[in-house]
Design a protein around this ligand. Structure first.
Ligand code: ATP
Ligand code: MG
Length: 180
């Protein structure tokens, strides 16, 4: 029944995202949010962190945590021995990265894995588990924040990179400057 409940919860989450339910936005230090989530939970596998501080995004922290957890669950399932998680500012965006050292995802499958209920063959015979909604939800969350979620090339494993627009906080909250 737990599994059925998880599926229903995922479908409800997707329905809300489809309906563009308003996000509960607040300026958030992304590196900190990621650190807190990694500290909260024990992983079966070593996680190497490289989390830049003061990378602020206007986000719904619960949603972004969900995006992160969906990527970490997958990485943990597919990794051989290690996951690397990083946060950094990259031009106008905050780039989070979840990289594992498993078999990776072939370039021609890097879009279909985001479709609802898609599970690649290797995962269908594997262990218990997934429904094939995790990545669909993760991408919807990124896009609801006007960001993106893509899979990039890597020398090994799968490299998932959600990018979110950097917060405009310093200018919008700062005192207006005279002059121009
Ligand atoms: N890190 C990864 N390495 C290799 N394949 C992956 C990775 N992440 C996802 N995939 C492939 O993409 C498919 C879809 O992932 P998704 O998270 O949407 O579903 P799931 O993990 O199978 O189930 P759910 O997340 O709903 O429990 C997976 O079944 C797997 O085949
Ligand atoms: Mg998943």
């Amino acid at each position: 029944m737990d599994r059925l409940q998880a599926i229903v919860t995922d479908l409800l989450t997707l329905a809300r995202l489809d309906a563009r339910a308003p996000l509960d936005l607040s300026p958030t230090d992304l590196g900190r949010l990621v650190r807190d989530e990694l500290d909260r939970r024990a992983y079966r596998i070593e996680i190497v962190r490289d989390l830049q501080q003061n990378v602020f995004v206007d986000c719904d922290p619960l949603r972004i945590t969900r995006l992160l957890v969906n990527l970490l669950d997958n990485a943990e399932r597919h990794a051989t021995s290690q996951i690397a998680v990083s946060v950094r500012a990259d031009g106008p965006a905050a780039a989070l990265e979840v990289l594992d050292d498993g078999a990776g995802i072939a370039p021609e499958q890097r879009e279909i894995v985001f479709d609802r209920f898609t599970r690649l063959d290797a995962s269908r015979d594997r262990d218990t588990g997934g429904t094939g909604l995790g990545l669909a939800i993760a991408r919807e969350i990124a896009e609801a924040h006007r960001g993106t979620l893509t899979i990039r090339d890597s020398s090994r494993g799968a490299r998932f990179v959600p990018c979110l627009p950097l917060s405009q906080a310093p200018t919008s909250y700062g005192r207006p400057r005279g002059g121009s």
